[in-house]
Design a protein around this ligand. Structure first.
Ligand SMILES: Nc1ncnc2c1ncn2[C@@H]1O[C@H](COP(=O)(O)OP(=O)(O)OP(=O)(O)O)[C@@H](O)[C@H]1O
Ligand SMILES: [Mg+2]
Length: 256
């Protein structure tokens, strides 16, 4: 049997004496949209950081197509095809979206060529075109040449997403991609992610509080509570799971 795209087993993580992840197992299969949900402080962002290599687990293992990557740092995981965004957008705010996109596109080219170059003063025509196409796909055309710091929160989050997609990841990890967005922006963003997923270029792992997003996109849901996985399965099974409704979804679904 083929090994899963990503497989995490028995992950443990503590901050000092506070245990934040407890014996967490999680797999991401090819083509899957796996969404991690749970109350504030459940450990979702911590799990994310451990899977993307920003933090290392205290114990447990992470495998990418069977290869142990538990101790591989985040920048190397990006090269191996694990792309990510952060809960609060991280973009170069003094550059324009176009320039940000050039950084992302050139980083991909560097990865391919294996050569370390500095950001070109004059990006080549191919990279400029690639940057413009992605900006258009992500509805950022009209703001492409303003300083990024002047963009709305929703535009910045979409820019960050666009930069992650430009890296052509095999797994895209998004920590609350619609956090703080107005409903119209949120709809735009979900639609965009749905469209990207349908193309089948990557698998998705995301965390989200908005149940419309969760049930609109997920092929599988894992529920964390106080650092433990209390359920993992198909959306309809999670929706009807008594324990999940008790600790989290009862309230969220009542208001969804
Ligand atoms: N750097 C840190 N040092 C100490 N404790 C931390 C640190 N980061 C997170 N924690 C604690 O770890 C627990 C899990 O936090 P985490 O950010 O992973 O939760 P989360 O599920 O992402 O929450 P949210 O839904 O609010 O984003 C929380 O109790 C938090 O206070
Ligand atoms: Mg979080």
């Amino acid at each position: 049997m083929k090994s899963p795209l990503l497989e995490a087993t028995a992950l443990e993580k503590s901050y000092g004496r506070i245990s934040v992840l407890k014996n967490v197992d999680l797999t991401i299969d090819r083509g899957e949209a796996h969404i991690v949900i749970g109350p504030n402080g459940a450990g979702k962002t911590t799990l994310f950081k451990v899977l993307s290599g920003e933090l290392f687990p205290g114990s447990g293992a992470i495998r990418l197509e069977g290869q142990d990557i538990t101790n591989v740092p985040d920048w190397q995981r990006v090269r191996m095809g694990i792309g990510r965004t952060f809960q609060s957008a991280r973009v170069f705010s003094d550059l324009t979206p176009f320039e940000n996109m050039i950084v992302a596109v050139e980083a991909r080219a560097r990865t391919r060529g294996g050569l370390l170059q500095l950001l070109s003063i004059r990006p080549n025509a191919e990279n400029r075109d690639a940057a413009r196409v992605i900006l258009r796909d992500f509805l950022l055309e009209t703001v492409a040449d303003r300083p990024t710091r002047t963009l709305s929160h929703g535009d910045k989050k979409r820019l960050e997403l666009a930069m992650a997609v430009a890296g052509k990841p095999r797994i895209l990890m998004l920590d609350e991609p619609t956090a703080g967005m107005a409903p119209a922006d949120r709809h735009k963003c979900i639609e965009l992610i749905g469209r990207l997923l349908a193309k089948g270029d990557f698998s998705l792992l995301l965390t989200e509080h908005d149940m419309e997003v969760v049930f609109g996109l997920a092929t599988r849901i894992t529920v964390l509570n106080y650092g433990e996985v209390i359920a993992s399965g198909a959306p309809q099974d999670i929706r009807s799971n008594a324990r999940v409704r008790e600790v989290y979804l009862g309230h969220e679904l009542a208001t969804a």
